[in-house]
Design a protein around this ligand. Sequence first.
Ligand code: PLP
Length: 468
Amino acid sequence: MDTLYAQIADDLALDIQQGLYVPGTKVPSVRQLSKQRSVSISTVNQAYALLEDRGLIRAKPQSGYFVRQGANDPIMAPPMSTGSEPAVVGKSELIGRMLSVVNGSSHTNLGAAIPHHSFMPLRALQTHIQKVSRFQSQEVFNYQFSPGYEPLRKQIALRMREVGVRVHSDEVVITQGCSEALSLCLRSNTVAGDIVAVESPCYYGFLQLAKQFDLKIIEIPTDPQTGISLEALELALQQWPIKIIAVNSRYSNPTGAAFSTEKQESLFNLAQKHDVKILEDDIYGEIGFAQSIHTVIKKFDTEGRVMYCSSYSKTVSPGLRIGWCIPGNSLKKIMDLQTFTTFGPASVSQYAMSSFLQTGHYDKHLRNLTTLCRDNIERVTHAVRQYFPVGTKISQPKGGYILWVCLPNNVNAIELQLKSLKKGINIAPGDLFSNSEHFSHCIRLNCALPWNDELRNAIKKLGELISR
Ligand SMILES: Cc1ncc(COP(=O)(O)O)c(C=O)c1O
C-alpha cells in the first residue's frame, strides 16, 4: 500500500491526466485539500512536493499551485524491438567499464542497477547478523550444504504462495544471488551450441552468462510495455531448436515491462506445446507499482518445466548474496551441481536473512521501497523530459527502479558513457542489453538513488552532453 501523501498525489495526478484540471488552472489550496481529505497540512505539502517533482504542478508565490503546461502530454514510449537470429554473445568489455566505477567511486551511479545504501534496511541487517552470529555461532560458521538453510527455504516457499505458487520447501534451493540461480539452471539444462530465446533488450548479465557456456542467443521482438512478442516467439520456436525461453515476466531489466497474468499463462502453454523449458527471472517482482502483477509463470507450471529464479539483491541487499531457485524437475541436477561447485552461499547470510524475514518487517520495508522507487522513476522521468532533446523516448516501468531511455538515433550511447564518466556520471549504454546494434542510441538509468540536487544536476548534465 502507498503512503497517504502518495495516494493523494496519485489522485490529483489522475485528475490532471483526465483533464479535470487543465494546464494553467489552479489546484485546491493546501488548506482546502487538507480539509477535503481530512489529512494534515504537512501530508498535503508532501503530496504537492511530489507532484512538483513529477513536473505536474508548480507553485506561484502567494497564489498557490497551478497545473504545468505539458503536464498531461503523453510520454513517448520506445517502439517494439526487432529481434535477431541466433548468435554467440560478444561485448563483455563494455560491462567492465560500467561496473568498475561502482565500488568506492564518487560517480553518480545512474549505471549499475544497484540500490543506494539508503534504500536498504541496513540497521536491521546489522542487528540480525549480530544476533545470529552470537546465538547460533556453531551453525552460522559452519557449512550449509545445498539446498540451503531449511527455515529460509520454508519462508521463501510460503512467500511464493502470494504469487500463486504452491511449492514445498524441499523444492527451493538457496543460491548465491540470482546469478548463481540462473547459472545453475542454464548449466544443468544446456550444452555448448544450444539456443536460448531472450527478450530484446534483456539483462546483460544473462547474455554474458550464456556466453560463458558457449550458448547461442536468439533475441525475440519485445514490447517495452508488455514484454516479449508471443507471435514472434512462436515463429522462432517453429524455425529453431530453442532449448530455453528466458524472460523477466515481471518488471524487465531494462524496460520495466510486465506480462499480464493471461500472457504468463499463454507463454507457459506455448513452451509446453514446443516442449521447451522456461527460465523465469523475477528479481524485480516484489517492487511492483499500482496495478502490479500478482502472479508469475511458475504458477501455471504443472510439470516442473519452469525454472523460477530470484534474489534479495534488489529488495534487501546485493552484498548478502542471497537468491533462490525453484527449478522444477531440474532440482536433483541443480543440487548436485551446486554441491560440487560452490556448496551454496555463506551460512551467515542465510541465517541473517531468515532472521530478518521472521520479524515480519520485510513487508513494511518493501512498501516503503516500492513507494521510493516509484516516486524516483517519476522524478527522473520528469527530469529526462525536461533536459533531454526532443525525440527522446522513455519507458514507463510497471515496477523496479530502472528507466530505459531511447535517445535520437544519431546519439552513440557508448561515446556518451565515456564523456559522462569524465563528468562523474555513470550510465549503462544500450549496447550491453543486446547482441545486436539495435540499441546503440539507448541508455538505462538506475533510479534507486536519493532524489536531490546532485541527481537532478547529473541528469541535466547528461542532457547537455547529448545535445552537444
Ligand atoms: C534481471 C536480473 N537478474 C539477475 C541479476 C543478478 O542478481 P544477483 O545480484 O542477485 O546475483 C540482476 C542484477 O542486476 C538482474 O537485474
